[in-house]
Design a protein around this ligand. Structure first.
Ligand SMILES: Nc1ncnc2c1ncn2[C@@H]1O[C@H](COP(=O)(O)OP(=O)(O)OP(=O)(O)O)[C@@H](O)[C@H]1O
Ligand SMILES: [Mg+2]
Length: 365
């Protein structure tokens, strides 16, 4: 006689293509009843708007059809949008007005460069800025700021961030951990460390805290994006198809997890020829703009290729400070403004939602 365990085991072979997790461990199977081969349950999808819903439903039907002894099968399909932000009291960071998490589907696209130069550009505009390097496997912010040997102080049980060019900075790289050692840490430990950097540090009053997330669309960046109470994600991509394809995947995941996306920025977009001063779109043109149109995500800017960016980042000299009149620095400033504008839009939307919630009559029971 077929049992519930057998049904669940079979159902756990069905994987949500976006979340890359099986539907049983994601809690999508509800109200399961099995009596004498008559099976009934509800499939609760994570959002009604997911393009994979029909595919998941079909995979479930296929899986059930492969179980011997099921005489009748009745499935209802519903959708409940997942809670994307965890805002428990100690994580609320009430002194930080906005948290912007910088993410990329692919590694090496310039996420840290963008995070750092945005932080500096926002700081130059007069905002109070913090920069948290949450890329535990490959922290590069210390090198980019020339801050390798920093011993952070602790005051009143709070970690004091380092100060550099007017911004507050914390990086795992300050703690002298070797990458090989960091590589043994698993997702939950890393989330724990990053949470500590957020909660147990004295960020004091910040207008924007920029978080450089680890690259990729794996567990760690997704978990962090969900556990940190962020304003929104800034997605960094490059014009190459591989990078934009992975950026699209990342956007799909963040959307599905209900993590707000602030916008997309394209790095290494074009090269300005020093002799003719013309823009050359070496890797193709308009990729990130197309993504922004297709997925209805604000396009916040494009940053040109510039060898000065690379040379400066190895020497702790960010381009926005060393060559403020360069087109790259100009592009970073423009993008930073757009990002700030998008933060305001999201903050206003959030306020509206909270007001609407407060105005709702209390449920009568
Ligand atoms: N617009 C640019 N022009 C020239 N070089 C750039 C540009 N943006 C970034 N770089 C260089 O490309 C390399 C990768 O950049 P960066 O470290 O910021 O990428 P990342 O996405 O953070 O990488 P990782 O995935 O390793 O964290 C660095 O050497 C950086 O200096
Ligand atoms: Mg990086």
């Amino acid at each position: 006689m077929v049992g519930v365990d057998q049904v669940l085991e079979k159902l756990s072979t069905v994987i949500d293509p976006d979340l890359k997790k099986d539907i049983v461990s994601m809690g999508m199977i509800k109200d399961l009843e099995l009596n004498d081969g008559n099976l009934k349950f509800t499939l609760e999808l994570t959002t009604p708007a997911c393009p994979f819903n029909a595919e998941i439903e079909e995979d479930v039907r296929k899986a059930i059809s492969q179980i011997e002894g099921i005489k009748n099968f009745d499935m209802s399909v519903t959708a409940k949008v997942m809670e994307g932000r965890s805002l428990d009291a100690d994580m609320a960071l009430s002194t930080v007005k906005n948290i912007i998490a910088v993410a990329s589907g692919k590694g090496g696209v310039g996420k840290s460069t963008v995070a750092l130069n945005l932080a500096l550009a926002l700081s130059q505009s007069g905002a109070k800025i913090g920069l948290l390097d949450a890329d535990i496997y490959g922290p590069s912010i210390p090198l980019m700021l020339g801050l390798q040997k920093v011993a952070l102080e602790v005051e009143d049980n709070k970690l004091q961030p380092a100060e550099s060019h007017g911004i507050k900075v914390i990086s795992f790289g300050f703690f002298g951990e070797q990458e090989s050692q960091a590589a043994i840490y698993r997702g939950p430990i890393i989330s724990g460390i990053v949470k500590q950097f957020l909660v147990d540090a004295n960020w004091s009053n910040l207008d924007y805290l920029i978080v450089d997330l680890p690259p990729g669309t794996g567990d760690i960046p997704l978990t962090l994006a969900q556990t940190i109470p962020i304003t929104g994600i800034l997605v960094v991509t490059t014009p190459q198809d591989v990078a934009s394809n992975v950026a699209v995947k990342a956007i799909g995941m963040f959307n599905k997890l209900n993590v707000p996306i602030l916008g997309v920025v394209e790095n290494m977009s074009y090269f300005i020829c020093p002799s003719c001063n013309e823009k050359h779109y070496i890797f193709g043109e308009g990729g990130a703009k197309k993504i922004s149109e297709k997925y209805n995500i604000p396009f916040v800017g494009e940053i040109p290729l510039n060898s000065g960016i690379m040379e400066g980042s190895d020497k702790g000299k960010p381009i926005i400070l060393t060559d403020p009149n360069s087109p790259s620095a100009e592009a970073f400033r423009k993008s930073a403004k757009n990002v700030a504008a998008q933060c305001s839009i999201l903050a206003a939307k959030l306020r509206e939602e909270m007001q609407a919630e407060a105005a709702e009559p209390a449920p009568t029971s």
